[in-house]
Design a protein around this ligand. Structure first.
Ligand code: NAD
Ligand code: UDP
Ligand code: UDP
Length: 354
């Protein structure tokens, strides 16, 4: 039995008590990079009341400072691996470190966050009748043998590697979502997020776009991890948030890929700094080149060792997001990277040279 009930109407008491807000939304991991941008967008709607739950492992209160004290906003220090009792209509479940160096730091904790954390949020969704969205990942495809990746591809994941706490953790989280849906009629949504970039990324979290921008600003060499031929596709955070909200509000459980299909190799990404006119790359890459050139045309490129099980290629097929959600990414690297540079310069306190 699968329920198709809409989320419950808020009670008159709640409407009266909470400033006419008629949707109370929980965002787990809301102090993180994507979560805080999601909160910004949700708070723009005066009908929403937002509760953030975060343990501040990789997130920070600073990302939410504009909302602290706001009558429609609440911030709770809490670890999702512990049970949580709140009354909400929707749950965006993002809590989980996303960068390899952070999720590998305490792999057992990463698994607990993905498995026990998702179980708790599903138990909560079941008790209060809330709709729940999980931010899964392109990592569920592992080192993919199908390219570009479609949602019906089952993936190629090492179950015992150093990335498995994250990849397999998210795969179990997806399984739990579908089992609660089938067994208890919970309304679920699953987004498979591909590499995302933008302001508020952790400066030293080791991800490639944040590394290259911080290195270019600090006048340090760009570190291309070997072999350099591996590919990724990068989506600007406001496009990502727009896709997540469309998925939550729409009628499809997913899983649905959300990401930018513009694909390039890590060597190409780094060389953008040195040779802006190679002219052989995609529009996105050309944009990236022009922009990195502007950050620092003299920066050096070095190669460094890679980590085990690094996927060799990654690019989303976004047909489903396009057809079912009417979504496609809008922000070009040319526009997104300068916004990130500005944010990084502020936080690093290194102004642009005149
Ligand atoms: P992030 O690390 O900036 O944010 C994660 C947030 O979750 C942080 O604020 C962290 O403190 C919090 N958190 C971690 N463990 C927790 C726990 N046990 N209890 C409570 N809070 C906890 O990462 P992000 O880039 O904003 O990613 C958000 C979500 O999107 C994650 O679920 C991630 O797996 C997914 N995702 C991100 C990307 C990407 O490129 N950024 C790609 C694929 C999937
Ligand atoms: N849970 C929670 N908040 C709630 C309801 C449940 O954190 O409001 C947790 C609960 O502690 C349990 C998990 O969610 O560990 C799964 O709950 P469910 O009711 O599905 O299973 P059960 O409690 O029967 O094991
Ligand atoms: N990478 C790189 N230099 C860096 C950081 C990462 O070449 O300084 C590469 C890494 O080997 C991977 C890609 O960039 O192939 C994306 O890595 P990231 O950690 O950003 O995200 P992932 O997609 O691996 O989760």
């Amino acid at each position: 039995h699968v329920s198709t009930k809409p989320p419950p109407e808020p009670s008159p008491l709640r409407k009266a008590k909470f400033f006419q807000a008629n949707m109370r939304i929980l965002v787990t991991g809301g102090a993180g990079f994507i979560g805080s941008h999601l909160v910004d967008k949700l708070m723009q709607n005066e009908k929403n009341e937002v509760i953030v739950v975060d343990n501040y492992f990789t997130g920070s209160k600073d990302n939410l400072k504009q909302w602290i004290g706001h009558p429609r906003f609440e911030l709770i220090r809490h670890d999702v691996t512990e049970p949580l009792l709140v009354e909400v209509d929707q749950i965006y479940h993002l809590a989980c470190p996303a960068s390899p160096i952070f999720y590998k730091y305490n792999p057992v904790k990463t698994i607990k966050t993905n498995v026990i954390g998702t179980l708790n949020m599903l138990g909560l969704a079941k008790r209060v009748g809330a709709r729940i969205l999980l931010t899964s990942t392109s990592e569920v495809y592992g080192d993919p043998l199908v390219h570009p990746q479609t949602e019906d591809y089952w993936g190629n994941v090492n179950p015992i590697g150093v990335r498995s706490c994250y990849d397999e953790g998210k795969r179990v989280a997806e399984t739990l979502m579908f089992d609660y849906h089938r067994q208890h009629g919970i309304e679920i949504r699953i987004a498979r997020i591909f590499n995302t970039y933008g302001p508020r990324m952790n400066i030293d979290d080791g991800r490639v776009v944040s590394n290259f921008i911080a290195q270019a600003i600090r006048d340090e060499p760009l570190t291309v991890q070997l072999p350099g031929t591996q590919t990724r596709s990068f989506c600007y955070v406001s496009d990502m948030v727009d896709g997540l909200i469309r998925l939550m509000e729409g009628n499809n459980t997913g899983p649905i890929n959300i990401g930018n299909p513009g694909e390039f190799t890590m060597t190409e990404l780094a060389e953008t700094v040195k040779e802006p006119d190679l002219g052989i790359f995609s529009t996105n890459l050309t944009d990236m080149k022009v922009v990195l050139q502007m950050i620092n045309p003299n920066v050096k490129i070095i190669t460094v060792d890679n980590t085990p099980d690094d996927p060799r290629q990654r690019k989303p097929n976004i047909t489903k997001a396009n057809e079912l959600l009417g979504w496609e990414p809008k922000i070009k690297l040319r526009d997104g990277i300068p916004l990130m540079e500005e944010d990084f310069r502020k936080r690093l306190e290194i102004p642009r040279k005149k």
